[in-house]
Design a protein around this ligand. Structure first.
Ligand code: KG4
Length: 346
């Protein structure tokens, strides 16, 4: 019988310390420690993030191995997020992976965090199916809308290891635009989930914000952010409690503008490339309005859509482990001296 392939994945690119174990492509455990320390600062504080990773990494990896019922000696390789991300955060995961791989005498696999988000669609998790919109994985080629706090991209996925950026934001990411608007309205950080909750009760057509006009498949969200800010300033002059009076409508209208913008470019790319398998990934793919829009477009344009489980939309090590598993099949290992990259594209 062939020996099974057991991969430990480690993710520490931003403010989540996560470890996961995958055996022969099937997820055995996925443990994440989030960092509440940033909430009171209205954003991630890099220095605090890296300190918290230092505290969390050992217990998180221990838990992941325990829950998987896997001993260290059974591991075939260690996959880790090499970038992009916050340097101080990445270094904790990268150094830990190096130390553990060296101690066990097993190979290391470097994973691009963005590739991990896209390949989250291939995580086979037998333990929970409750919030999965479908169990099937996409077949190649497919388009993936990758939307997070730091990225907004349309990616053509030709194979596990062959991805092409079709379009991307020329300034802010969609998640960043959502978080900024939430901050201006005093809704705390991260604002995405709050805007989502409020938007469900508001009228999406109550307010109009300027939509970006960027050629091709690229995005721009900085103008929208400014338009929101300037409009709000004017409205507040007439009614100092404008935000409280219109919170749900503001959230719904702003969210709609972002979702429409994201979907419109995605539709053009799908049409022009003749691709009808369309996926979404990254933190913003948790958004209800965006998920609903995917279902509408699927009906209207005969797409087959792939929407990840909530737990695999935000940063997690399961997506790093599955990417590592595919790279392991290609013997695509990295040397011990591999540095972390704060900026790297797909
Ligand atoms: O992928 P992610 O966890 O982190 C990286 O950027 O790597 O994405 C975080 C982003 C934040 O901007 C957050 O506000 C947004 O995802 N987000 C949401 C929702 N949940 C998280 N945005 C809209 N609606 C949500 N439900």
């Amino acid at each position: 019988m062939e020996k099974s392939v057991v991969i430990l994945g480690i993710e520490s690119s931003c403010d989540d310390t996560s470890a996961a174990v995958i055996r022969d492509g099937v997820l055995l455990s996925n443990v994440t420690a989030s960092q509440a320390v940033h909430e009171s600062y209205g954003g991630v504080v890099p220095e605090l993030a890296s300190r918290a990773h230092q505290q969390n990494i050992v217990p998180v990896v221990d838990q992941a191995l325990k829950r998987a019922g896997v001993g260290r000696e059974e591991l075939s390789a260690i996959a880790f997020t090499r970038g992009p991300g916050l340097m101080g955060s990445l270094l904790v995961g990268v150094s830990f992976a190096k130390g553990m791989a060296a101690a066990l005498g097993i190979p290391m696999i470097d994973v691009n965090h963005l590739q991990g988000h896209v390949l989250a669609h291939f995580i086979k998790d037998p333990s929970q199916t409750e919030d999965a919109e479908q169990d099937e994985s996409p077949t190649f080629p497919f388009l993936c809308l990758l939307v997070s706090g730091g990225n907004s991209q349309i990616v053509k996925v030709n194979a596990y290891n062959d991805m092409q950026i079709v379009g991307q934001t020329i300034d802010d990411a969609a998640g960043e635009a959502i978080d900024k608007a939430a901050k201006v309205m005093g809704l705390g950080y991260p604002g995405g989930p709050v805007i989502d909750r409020l938007a469900r009760k508001g009228n999406p057509d109550a307010f109009q914000f300027s939509k970006p006009h960027i050629p091709g498949y690229d995005y721009s969200f900085s103008g929208l952010k400014t338009s929101f800010l300037y409009n709000l300033r004017d409205w507040l002059k007439d009614d100092p409690d404008f935000i409280q009076h219109h919170l749900e409508d503001l959230a719904a209208s702003y969210e709609k503008t972002i979702v429409d913008t994201l979907m419109n470019k995605l539709r053009l790319a799908a049409r022009d490339l003749g691709i009808r398998q369309v996926a979404v990934a990254g933190g913003v793919s948790a958004n209800t309005g965006l998920r609903n829009a995917f279902h509408e477009y699927a009906k209207r344009y005969h797409w087959k859509i792939y929407i990840p489980k909530f737990s695999y939309t935000t940063d997690n090590a399961a997506m790093i482990a599955i990417t590592g598993y595919f790279k392991y099949q290609d013997h695509d290992f990295c040397p011990m001296e591999a540095p972390a990259y704060s900026r790297v594209t797909l």
